[in-house]
Design a protein. Structure first.
Length: 57
């Protein structure tokens, strides 16, 4: 497991950046025709959502 230490400002910037990316990713998932690629994007989205949740704690 990797441990990353961030100050509050760094956490906020990272969280905001990931949330913005997630918004774009949701749009891309909705507009992707390839089922395999869509599943890869959904897996990536789930991982990023877990990271964002951790950053909110």
């Amino acid at each position: 497991m990797v441990r990353l230490e961030l100050n509050q400002e760094e956490r906020d910037v990272l969280r905001d950046t990931l949330e913005s990316f997630l918004s774009d990713l949701r749009y891309e998932i909705a507009n992707t025709d390839g089922q395999d690629y869509r599943e890869q994007l959904k897996q990536r989205k789930a991982i990023l959502e877990r990271i964002v949740a951790t950053l909110r704690d």
